[in-house]
Design a protein around this ligand. Structure first.
Ligand SMILES: [Zn+2]
Length: 109
């Protein structure tokens, strides 16, 4: 895969990371607390559960992006974690943090 493509992906992933991180900040979650989240609060309401769910999926997205950035560093980016084949560019374009190729992802569903 061409280096320019990887540079593009890195920029894309970094921008995505920024965006997710800013959303977490907007929900009152900063970096130091994003590991234990709202666990120390005794108040559990329906609204709270909704926020927790959003925070949970944002954290997950952040982990995915971090993992993808790590793979860029390691030189294994763009490879399916299940079958080891290259993930097609169109898929990475739409989902830069994708861990598996289209075939493996659809098999898992
Ligand atoms: Zn695969």
């Amino acid at each position: 895969m061409a280096e320019t493509t990887h540079a593009d992906r890195r920029a894309q992933l970094t921008a995505e990371r920024e965006r997710v991180y800013r959303e977490l900040l907007a929900l009152g979650v900063d970096r130091s607390s994003y590991d234990d989240g709202f666990a120390d609060s005794g108040q559990v309401t329906a609204e709270r559960g909704e926020v927790d769910a959003i925070v949970g999926s944002l954290r997950e997205a952040l982990l995915e992006v971090d993992a993808a950035l790590g793979k860029l560093e390691a030189g294994t980016y763009g490879r399916c974690e299940t079958c080891g084949e290259d993930i097609v560019d169109a898929r990475l374009e739409a989902m830069p943090a994708a861990r598996s190729c289209m075939a493996c992802a659809s098999k898992r569903r």
